[in-house]
Design a protein around this ligand. Structure first.
Ligand code: G6P
Length: 609
């Protein structure tokens, strides 16, 4: 999704901005651009469709250089991915980059056209540029022009603005889309996330909703929605792993799949005692708060939603607490019934997903007992909005298809389930078994990663396929959903997941020799039921691919492939069975030759609705 960087320094900021854009590439984009106030004191701009590398090539011919600049990666929403729609957008002597959506852009565009402004693009962003230009022409002061403009904008935005009349000042604003200020030594930067600026600073101010700021070399002034000045001390950026390097791996996705044992160990670090969990990790008085919970609502998007679906099985079975899970984009727009004592859990890798954030804001107006963010980014908006937080320590996840963020979310959610069971005096043997299973997860995942060559070979069966079905039962149904999502995301094969018992209610009609059917078949209480469902597939000539526990005796024969999985304690098996499905989609994508880390049309961090 769109990304912003900007800077004011005593050096040429162009290479810094370009590196910032490279660091934002993981979010997904289809064009990029940069504008600086160059040496003659004029705003100069270079834009290109495609990768940041193409922008870089164009820059080599342009010798763009200046100490004040803004840059952008665009993920098309209003208007196609063309150069004229790429940011920065200009109005007279100013340039703007924007992340988010201006909802009232049409009425503003009409008004500005009536005032004589001519639009060069189809974007909502150009409206912001001309509106700023219009107010500046009347006020002759950028801060006042910015305030007048902000007062007229509806929707979500993070903005970076430069004006050639003020070659020493960078303006920015935030409402509904993330923006951080990077504090350097005698220089200031802005970025959509801290990662985009780690090459120049590790000290950040996280702008709050409705704030705008004026940055110069040595000064950082911030004002709130009411134009009152606010002050923040810069925070030291802390992240377990700062590496944004692929290392020995050809793709970030493969690297991140292999990082899962370490990421889970880091997430659980300090949370487990010998035979119980350490609830103090949730903060002072956590035990009392956990004991008051009577009901749970979970909201999330994409892969994080699947983590919530798995957690529902754990929570209801092990704690007896009713649990409801919903995609955030639906939840935020309906009248939710909130029984007394309900905890709202929002799950998000980035902590910046617009729908999840909006759901959290909506929840804060309802009668929840409290809100808990399960998130991978410590300083993210979601973490700051929530009453309580449980951080996953997966480290930066760059591949658009989420892998280690998902399994660390599962580890955190099973830990939370265990904590809730513990304060409810549930069976100590169950609690101790969960703790042992959580602790053993990194080693068990390493065993599964050894299956990589067999899975790579299996992936060849998908080379000419256009569709696939994924089946699972119980808490492995959401794992089948996640497997199908991974395949869709990076190999562009249409894949659907079904609870295996639903097969005969429709999808069985699709099964023939061209339809691979992937089953998640751990040795659990539902295995016999699953076996019957698999026979229904074989009887119709479907190609069966079973990820099955070594201890499960499944039918062999032509058209059936088994990948044997090590036995594991039933509760944690969703985590383990995720791994081969990630590897499968990775290898299928390799065979198909798609862009594994940056699949078409998708964004890592979806900061618009
Ligand atoms: C995008 C990403 C997915 C992710 C989803 C939710 O669609 O491509 O991988 O699962 O957003 O993101 P979040 O950061 O809230 O977990």
């Amino acid at each position: 999704m769109c990304g912003i960087v900007g800077g004011i320094a005593s050096r040429n900021v162009t290479p810094i901005l370009l590196e910032g854009l490279r660091r934002l590439e993981y979010r997904g984009y289809d064009s990029a651009g940069v504008a600086v106030v160059g040496l003659p004191g004029l705003v100069e701009r270079v834009r290109s469709v495609g990768k940041v590398a193409e922008l870089e090539q164009q820059l080599q011919h342009s010798a763009l250089s200046g100490s004040l600049g803004i840059a952008h990666t665009r993920w098309a929403t209003h208007g196609k991915a063309t150069e004229k729609n790429a940011h920065p957008h200009l109005s007279d002597r100013l340039a703007v980059v924007h992340n988010g959506i201006i909802e009232n852009h049409q009425s503003l565009r009409l008004r500005l056209q009536e005032l004589g402004y001519v639009f060069a693009s189809e974007t909502d962003t150009e409206v912001v540029a001309h509106l700023l230009g219009h107010h500046y022409s009347r006020q002759q002061d950028m801060l006042s022009a910015l305030r007048c403009t902000l007062a007229e904008l509806h929707g979500a935005f993070a903005l970076g603005i430069i004006h050639q009349d003020e070659p020493d000042t960078l303006y920015c604003a935030r409402m509904g889309s993330p923006l951080v200020i990077g504090v350097g030594s005698g220089e200031h930067f802005i970025g959509s996330d801290p990662l985009s600026l780690l090459q120049v600073t590790d000290r950040f101010i996280y702008m709050q909703e409705g704030e705008h700021a004026r940055l110069t070399l040595n000064d950082c002034q911030i004002w709130n929605r009411q134009n009152q000045p606010v002050q923040y001390a810069a925070q030291q950026y802390q992240h377990a792993a700062l590496s944004m390097d692929k290392g020995e791996y050809p793709h970030f996705m493969l690297k991140e799949i292999h990082e899962q044992p370490g990421a889970i160990a880091d997430t659980l670090d300090g949370l487990l005692a010998e035979d119980h969990v350490l609830t103090a990790a949730l903060g002072p008085g956590a035990e009392g708060k956990l004991a008051d919970i009577r009901n749970i609502h979970i909201v999330a998007c994409g892969t994080s939603y699947h983590a919530g679906l798995v957690a529902r099985y754990w929570l209801e079975e092990q704690t007896g607490l009713p649990c409801q899970v919903e995609v955030a984009s639906e939840y935020r727009y309906r009248q939710v019934c909130v029984p007394e004592g309900t905890l709202l859990i929002a799950i998000s890798q980035s902590g910046e997903t617009a729908d999840t954030l909006a759901a959290m804001c909506y929840a804060r107006e309802q009668r929840y007992l409290g809100t808990l963010a399960i998130c991978n980014v410590p300083g993210s908006s979601l973490v700051r909005e929530a009453d309580w937080r449980l951080l996953t320590h997966a480290g930066p996840e760059i591949g658009v298809a989420s892998t280690k963020a998902f399994t660390t979310q599962l580890a955190a959610l099973l830990w939370l389930t265990t904590a809730l069971a513990q304060v409810r005096d549930r069976a100590p043997e169950m609690i101790a078994a969960n703790v042992r299973a959580l602790r053993s997860l990194p080693a068990r995942i390493r065993e599964v990663l050894e299956l990589d060559p067999a899975i790579a070979q299996l992936a060849e069966q998908f080379q000419a396929k256009h569709h696939a079905l994924f089946l699972g039962r119980g808490c492995h149904y959401p794992i089948a959903m996640e497997g199908a999502l991974k395949l869709k995301e990076i190999s562009y094969i249409h894949a659907e997941a079904y609870a295996a018992g639903e097969l005969k209610h429709g999808p069985l009609a699709l099964v023939d020799e061209d339809m691979p059917v992937v089953s998640v078949a751990p040795s659990d209480s539902l295995l016999d039921k699953l076996k019957s469902n698999l026979q229904e597939v074989r009887a119709r000539g479907g190609q069966l691919i079973n990820f099955a526990c070594e201890r499960a005796t499944l039918d062999d024969g032509e058209g059936i492939t088994h990948i044997g999985m090590p036995w594991v304690y039933e509760t944690v098996s969703p985590v383990l069975y995720t791994i081969p499905l990630q590897l499968l989609s990775y290898h299928v994508a390799l065979i198909k030759g798609t862009d594994v880390d940056k699949p078409r049309n998708l964004a890592k961090s979806v900061t618009v609705e």
